[in-house]
Ligand binder design. Structure first.
Ligand code: SAM
Ligand code: SF4
Length: 328
């Protein structure tokens, strides 16, 4: 699949639910409302769409949300998608999770052929963690990370950089990652959704956020690009692989290879745009034959780049869509 700007699209992110058991303060407000269950794609519909997308060239699928592991009977979807991995039709099935239900799901993920996952973790201080997530239990997440490791799944930690809130958590997190054999990726806060705290107050560029690391060691760029938004660095003498996702300070759209399927069956071609194509309605009204034509339309509509800089500076231009709706 090639989009209108000549970019090869082979990566699909699926938001399996917009619901979550956390309320991370940069992601959604405390009183967030969620989609009615009837609006959600059911597992059969998600599996059918995934199958068509794989037939057209998707090679990697990431499940996200909301919190993917809070959707009821998630093992059904995991094992259904895992069949494509085991048959060699899909190179990678992976997941981004808050880790709270990972202890239970780690063996199921392994059975579905999941080899690596991202776990979001912004602080190793239990009280601070509970404050940032508005109720999360750090011990549960750490137990989940251990269970994933025991199941042979590589864990990358995702940490959102928040000025004045978790700057002093960077070094403990780096040490935790080194001792546990995890990679660490840092993310700049993006201006998505209304009623969410932080934003300009807590926005900090990653070059400023990583200052404690640059003081104690050296960062060497790695070739590893994986066509995603992260740029990777080796931090010595820590032996840490560090990813930096800088949607705000450095645009990463040139080699974007992804599409995003929302919980309610819309394909968004860009995290920073409202443009989408409604696959659920087509699927329910016309059956799976409608999918192939719509996919070509989605590819043509994929924009060249996002414009988070303008949206951060001008609240009137921000998208009224929270991160949990499209997945991170
Ligand atoms: N619940 C799962 C989790 O937290 O990993 C998956 C969904 S979450 C929306 C995916 C990622 O988006 C997480 O790593 C989270 O930290 C990040 N995220 C959420 N809101 C964000 C924002 N406004 N700016 C930057 N990253 C954000
Ligand atoms: Fe939930 Fe993930 Fe959003 Fe936190 S970042 S509220 S865990 S969806």
């Amino acid at each position: 699949m090639i989009d209108g700007f000549g970019r090869k699209i082979d990566y699909l992110r699926i938001s399996v639910t917009d619901r979550c058991n956390f309320r991370c303060h940069y992601c959604m407000p405390e009183n967030q409302t969620f989609l009615p269950h009837g609006e959600l794609l059911d597992y059969t519909e998600i599996a059918l769409l995934a199958e068509r997308f794989i037939a057209h060239g998707i090679r990697k699928i990431r499940l996200t949300g909301g919190e993917p592991l809070v959707r009821r009977d998630m093992q059904i979807l995991l094992l259904a998608l895992g069949r494509h991995v085991h048959a060699g039709r899909l190179e990678e099935l992976t997941l981004t999770t808050n880790g709270s239900r990972l202890e239970k799901f780690a063996p199921i993920l392994a059975e579905a052929g999941v080899k690596r996952i991202n776990v979001s973790l912004d602080s190793l201080n239990p009280e601070k963690f509970t404050t940032i997530t508005r109720g999360g239990d750090l011990a549960q997440v750490l137990a989940g990370i251990r269970a994933a490791k025991d199941a042979g799944i590589h864990v990358k930690i995702n940490m959102v950089a928040m000025k004045g809130r978790n700057q002093d958590d960077l070094m403990p997190m780096a040490e935790f990652c080194v001792s546990g054999g995890h990679d660490l990726t840092l993310i700049e806060t993006m201006p998505l959704g209304d009623g969410v705290g932080g934003r300009q107050d807590e926005y900090i560029t990653l070059s400023e956020f990583i200052a404690p690391l640059t003081h104690i060691g050296t960062l060497t760029p790695l070739e590893d690009r994986s066509a995603g938004p992260a740029r990777y660095w080796r931090v010595e003498p820590l032996h840490l692989k560090l990813g930096l996702i800088t949607p705000m300070s450095h645009n990463f759209c040139d080699d974007c290879n992804r599409l995003r399927l929302t919980t309610d069956g819309k394909i968004y071609m860009c995290l920073g745009s409202q443009m989408h194509v409604d696959f659920k309605t087509a699927l329910r009204n016309q059956g799976s034959t409608a999918v192939d034509g719509l996919l070509q339309k989605a590819l043509r509509l994929k924009p060249l780049r996002h414009d988070f800089e303008t949206q951060m500076a001008d609240p009137a231009q921000r998208l009224n869509r929270h991160m949990n709706a499209t997945g991170g």
